[in-house]
Design a protein around this ligand. Structure first.
Ligand SMILES: Nc1ncnc2c1ncn2[C@@H]1O[C@H](COP(=O)(O)OP(=O)(O)OP(=O)(O)O)[C@@H](O)[C@H]1O
Length: 196
């Protein structure tokens, strides 16, 4: 749909695995190279999150209106809250001559894989399920019940990623953050040569 020489990179993985941390670091190391497609969500902002920068925080009715008008490239209902990537959000990044980073769940990754965007899909895996729980507990952004719910989903996501291997161009284990980040940058260099 949008043809230019900049690629779309999808980062997928269970909640708490470090996707946001990796993206923030990438944006900070290469400020003018990447654009983070700003998703719409009906979940409330976390402390420090900015509307229009981290997410477009919208009401359920507004989100439904966008759905009815087919404005989403992909959308999902996660923990009872709606999330979606609009076509416009991706187009804005590519039109700005930047690679586009999308932080998506498995369903979203499948939708984008089926699209004409020809994405590079990267799965971030925790070294162990326990480490994932420890990270979420240390982040202090969810209740214990929410964390339990995320742990159940995490196991399902990791299994699904293993059985749908072709969905991902690369799987990276986030054990040591620096090592994981370096591998992530290497993958970008491989798929977008002479870029970084
Ligand atoms: N390799 C690592 N070792 C230890 N802690 C880590 C590592 N990578 C990230 N973290 C920490 O784990 C927590 C979760 O990371 P982050 O918020 O980036 O996860 P996420 O995948 O974006 O989660 P969500 O999908 O829920 O937004 C953060 O507090 C982060 O600092």
């Amino acid at each position: 749909m949008y043809y230019n020489r900049f690629r779309v990179f999808v980062i997928c993985g269970p909640s708490g695995v470090g996707k946001g941390t990796i993206i923030s670091r990438l944006m900070s190391d290469y400020p003018n190279k990447f654009g983070f497609s700003v998703s719409h969500t009906t979940r409330p902002p976390r402390v420090g999150e900015q509307n229009g920068k981290d997410y477009h925080f919208v009401s359920k009715d507004f989100f439904k209106g966008m759905l009815e008008n087919n404005l989403f490239l992909e959308h999902a209902n996660v923990y009872d809250k709606m999330y979606g990537t609009s076509f416009e959000a991706v187009k804005n990044v590519l039109d700005d001559n930047k690679c586009c980073i999308l932080d998506l769940d498995i369903q979203g990754t499948k939708s984008v894989r089926k699209s004409t965007l020809d994405p590079v899909c990267i799965f971030i895996k925790p070294p162990t399920i326990q480490s994932l729980e420890d990270r979420l507990l240390a982040r202090h952004t969810e209740t214990i019940d929410e964390i339990r719910n995320r742990m159940v989903k995490a196991e399902a996501i990791i299994t699904e990623a293993e059985v749908t291997k072709d969905l991902f161009d690369q799987v990276i284990i986030n054990d040591d953050l620096d090592a994981c980040y370096s591998k992530f940058v290497e993958v970008i260099k491989r798929y977008q040569p002479n870029f970084l």
